[in-house]
Design a binder for this molecule. Structure first.
Ligand code: AMP
Ligand code: MG
Length: 323
C-alpha cells in the first residue's frame, strides 16, 4: 500500500503531479471524458504500474496524451487526413491511431508492441496544464479497476484505487463522461475504431467521405488484417519451457535455469529478480529482440500467474496460438 495524495488543482498541485509522473509514479487526472490514470508513456516500468494498479488481466494499447499537435507529431506520422482531423478536433475527445514516427519515444508496452500509436490532445484545462508541465507523453486509460465503471470525479477514483496509486489531481466532475472517439489513419481510408465524444457525422463532414468500420467496436473488431490489434512475433512461441532445444531463443524469468540454456541462439531475462512489473516492462521489446535473432522458436520459461503475471501470460498465450 502507498499513500494516495489528493492534490488540489492549483499551481502547487500541478507541479507535484508533474514531478510524480516524471519520476515514474502514477497520477489520476481529469480529462473532458473521464478521469485517466496517467504514467510517463516513455517509461515502460511506469506503464506496467498502470496495469498493476488496475489489475488488468491483459495488455491493450494505451492512448498517449500530449499538450499539442506539434508534440504529437514527434510520436506519430500524420498523413493529410490525420493532420486535418487533429487541427479540427484537438484539443478534444478524439484519439488518432497513426504509424509510429522514427522519433517516437512512447514505450513498447504503452503501444502493446504495435508499430502504431494512439495519440490525443485533451481539452480539459487541468489535463492540458499537467501535460505541459510534464513535457512528455502521458499514457492514461480510465482510472478505475478492471471491470468497474469509468470514474468521473476524484472520489470515484479513490473508491477504486486509493492506496494503489500515488496521487489524484482533483478537478471536480468531468463533463462528457464518455470516452474519446478513436479513428485510425494508417494509410488508405480512415477507420472508426470506437465511437465516442466526437460524433461520426462531424468527422465525416470534415473529411468529406464516410468512415469505415465502427459498427463492431472493440469487442467485435474490423475484418481480420484491416488493423493488426495484436503484436505477433514471426517466430513460433513455446510456453512453459523447461529446456532449450537446438536453434531456439530463450525468454527467461527469474533465476531458475532451463536445461541446455547455454545453447540458446539468443537469451534474455524478463526479470532476474522475478519482479513481474519489470517483466511486463520488458515483454514486448524482448520478444522483438529474440524474434530478430532469427530463431525459429522462442522458448519461454514459466511466468507465475499472480498479479501482472496474468496479463503477461495472456499475451504469451496469444503469441503462442498465432499459428
Ligand atoms: P482507453 O481504454 O480509453 O485508454 O482506449 C484504449 C483503446 O485505444 C485500445 O483498446 C485501442 O482500441 C485503442 N488504441 C490505442 N492505441 C492504439 C494502437 N496503437 N492501435 C490500435 N488501437 C489503439
Ligand atoms: Mg476503461
Amino acid at each position: 500500500m502507498r499513500r494516495t495524495l489528493r492534490l488540489k488543482s492549483d499551481e502547487g498541485g500541478l507541479a507535484e503531479a508533474a514531478a510524480i509522473l516524471s519520476r515514474g509514479g502514477l497520477v489520476a487526472f481529469p480529462t473532458e471524458t473521464v478521469y485517466g490514470l496517467g504514467a510517463d508513456a516513455t517509461n515502460a516500468e511506469a506503464v506496467a504500474g498502470i496495469y498493476a494498479a488496475k489489475e488488468r488481466p491483459s495488455f491493450n494499447p494505451l492512448i498517449s496524451h500530449l499538450d499539442s499537435l506539434e508534440a504529437a507529431q514527434v510520436q506519430g506520422l500524420f498523413d493529410e487526413t490525420a493532420r486535418r482531423l487533429a487541427e479540427a478536433f484537438w484539443p478534444g475527445p478524439l484519439t488518432l491511431v497513426v504509424p509510429v514516427a522514427p522519433t517516437c519515444t512512447v514505450s513498447d508496452l504503452a503501444r502493446a508492441g504495435l508499430d502504431s500509436v494512439g495519440l490525443r490532445v485533451p481539452a480539459h484545462p487541468l489535463a492540458h496544464a499537467l501535460l505541459k508541465a510534464t513535457g512528455r507523453p502521458v499514457a492514461a486509460p480510465s482510472a478505475n479497476r478492471s471491470g468497474r465503471v469509468s470514474p468521473t470525479d476524484a472520489d470515484h477514483v479513490l473508491g477504486d484505487l486509493d492506496g494503489r496509486i500515488d496521487a489524484v489531481l482533483d478537478g471536480g466532475a468531468s463533463d462528457v463522461g464518455v470516452e474519446s472517439t478513436i479513428v485510425a489513419c494508417l494509410g488508405g481510408s480512415p477507420r472508426l475504431l470506437r465511437p465516442g465524444g466526437v460524433p461520426r457525422e462531424a468527422i465525416e463532414a470534415l473529411i468529406g467521405q464516410p468512415l469505415e468500420g465502427g459498427h463492431g467496436g472493440e469487442e467485435n473488431p474490423l475484418a481480420p488484417g484491416m488493423l493488426a490489434s495484436h503484436y505477433a512475433p514471426r517466430a513460433q512461441v513455446r510456453l512453459n519451457a523447461t529446456e532449450i532445444r537446438p536453434g531456439e531463443a530463450a525468454l527467461l524469468f527469474g533465476t531458475a535455469p532451463l536445461r541446455d540454456e547455454e545453447q540458446a541462439k539468443a537469451r534474455l531475462n524478463l526479470s532476474e529478480n522475478g519482479d513481474l512489473q519489470e517483466a511486463a516492462a520488458h515483454l514486448f521489446s524482448y520478444l522483438r529482440r529474440l524474434d530478430a535473432s532469427g530463431a525459429e522458436t522462442i522458448a519461454v520459461a514459466p511466468v507465475p500467474e499472480a498479479g501482472l503475471g496474468e496479463a503477461i501470460n495472456d499475451r504469451l498465450r496469444r503469441a503462442a496460438a498465432q499459428r
